[in-house]
Design a protein around this ligand. Structure first.
Ligand SMILES: Nc1ncnc2c1ncn2[C@@H]1O[C@H](COP(=O)(O)OP(=O)(O)OP(=O)(O)O)[C@@H](O)[C@H]1O
Ligand SMILES: [Mg+2]
Length: 414
């Protein structure tokens, strides 16, 4: 039977596939995926159509009977009334009653239709409410009964094991398999390693996007599960790998770091994050709306705006997930300049993709397959014959390759 749950399900799939399709348009074009990706979108639309057709078929008969009875009121009343009246032509009372029904009957149709639609709408609403309830039924992050205050801002990972649960396929992906380290206050701790190693996962666990499986994360000696979530959020600033800017002015996007900051403070933060210059060049400066009139920022610019946001928040702990895509040296040096301002006297964890940016780090942790496989300062790790050295070599080779390419192109031009 076609039910309302199916309608919502198919609509949901159709919307998701639509968004996915539009978002993936560049990839679709570049890789010539038109047929296969469109197929998914197409299937979701036909899925909805099938549901609708099935639903209409299911409702057709009862609806027809209902409408026929409703619409035929007059057709039924008039001949029967006239027939009865013809038997007793002098019955005035009956004639008046008949008149009344003839006048009132058409007026019944609309409310009756509404009543019937109400039944359908109630089912749609009930289904919607059920879906909202499902969201409300999600367990919120457990708040401690006696929140404790952190003494200092050292971050300590103590044998942290963590898996992303996937209830849909009932498998568990172990993302961290026993991670222990301490990121000290006033120091820069860098996480490096191959893609998928678990670096971002380590970062996400600090503001409790998820809770650890076993082990513990402590800030200033206090387990983060024993802290009030507001206190924790006040302590940590986050610059994500994929920066999200809101559909709002640049000024407001930066002010999100601290809502009571004045305009001057916003500008000062932007200057510190090396994004003041490009903002000034935008059509309406700080009042430019992102996403409007074709104003989009490049990935590097967006990340600098996010850094400005973090500078404004000025929290004692900073977690920065460096974006992979922004490898151009000029942008990197600008981000670096913004960062050096930001990290003074704080506990900083940087997930770095360009090793040159973390040579001066106080501690480098090499993360691979959910474990810390090496740790130390840059020079110590270079001396060891391990993963870091191999990564560094690859990095150097990539750089010298760029220089070689530049020289070659110069030679060609000369
Ligand atoms: N939301 C998620 N749900 C399920 N699995 C996830 C999720 N996020 C990450 N993973 C898995 O956890 C592992 C670690 O991922 P993580 O994002 O921490 O890697 P990473 O070191 O940050 O990689 P990159 O350098 O590419 O950013 C990977 O195997 C990944 O597939
Ligand atoms: Mg990552």
């Amino acid at each position: 039977m076609a039910n309302i749950r199916d309608m919502h399900d198919t609509q949901e799939r159709m919307n998701a596939a639509g968004v996915e399709y539009v978002r993936g348009m560049p990839a679709v074009k570049v890789f010539g995926l038109t047929v296969s990706t469109f197929l998914q979108f197409h299937n979701s639309i036909t899925g909805y159509r099938d549901w609708a057709v099935q639903y209409v078929r299911f409702c057709k008969r009862p609806y027809m009977v209902f409408i026929t009875i409703l619409a035929s009121l007059i057709v039924f009343i008039l001949p029967v009334g006239v027939f009865i009246l013809s038997q007793k032509p002098d019955n005035q009372a009956f004639a008046l009653t008949l008149m009344l029904f003839l006048v009132v009957a058409p007026g019944f149709v609309t409310p009756m239709m509404k009543l019937m639609n109400l039944g359908g709408n109630m089912r749609i609403i009930a289904e919607g409410v059920e879906r909202i309830d499902e969201i409300f039924a999600q367990e919120p992050v457990a708040e401690p009964i006696n929140p404790q205050k952190a003494e200092g801002y050292n971050i300590e990972f103590d044998h942290v094991v963590f898996s992303y649960d996937d209830p849909a396929v009932s498998t568990r992906t172990e993302a961290l398999a026993g991670v222990s380290f301490t990121a000290r206050e006033g120091e820069l701790t860098a996480l490096v390693g191959p893609s998928g190693g678990g670096k971002s996962t380590i970062a996400y666990l600090i503001p409790r996007f998820w809770d650890v499986g076993t082990g513990a994360i402590r800030i200033g000696g206090v387990d983060i599960r024993e802290m009030g979530s507001e206190q924790l959020m006040d302590m940590v600033s986050f610059v994500f790998q994929d920066v999200h800017l809101f559909y709002d002015t640049i000024e407001e996007n930066i002010r999100m770091g601290r809502s009571d900051a004045g305009y001057e403070e916003v500008v000062a933060a932007a200057k510190a994050a090396s994004c003041h210059e490009f903002i000034e060049c935008l059509p309406q400066g700080y009042q430019t709306r992102i996403g409007e009139g074709g104003t989009y920022l490049s990935g590097g610019e967006a990340q600098r705006v996010a850094i400005a946001r973090a500078i404004l928040k000025n929290s004692p702990i900073l977690v920065l997930d460096e974006a992979t895509a922004f490898a151009d040296p000029e942008n990197e040096s600008k981000i670096q300049a913004g960062l050096s301002e930001l990290i003074k006297g704080k506990t900083v964890i940087i997930i770095a993709h360009r090793l040159s940016s973390i040579r001066e780090a106080d501690q480098i942790l090499v993360v691979d397959e959910g474990r810390i496989v090496e740790r130390g300062r840059h020079n110590e790790l270079i001396d060891r014959d391990g993963l870091y050295r191999r990564m560094w070599r690859a990095h150097i080779d990539a750089d010298s390759w760029t220089i070689a390419a530049e020289q070659a192109s110069k030679a060609v031009n000369e």
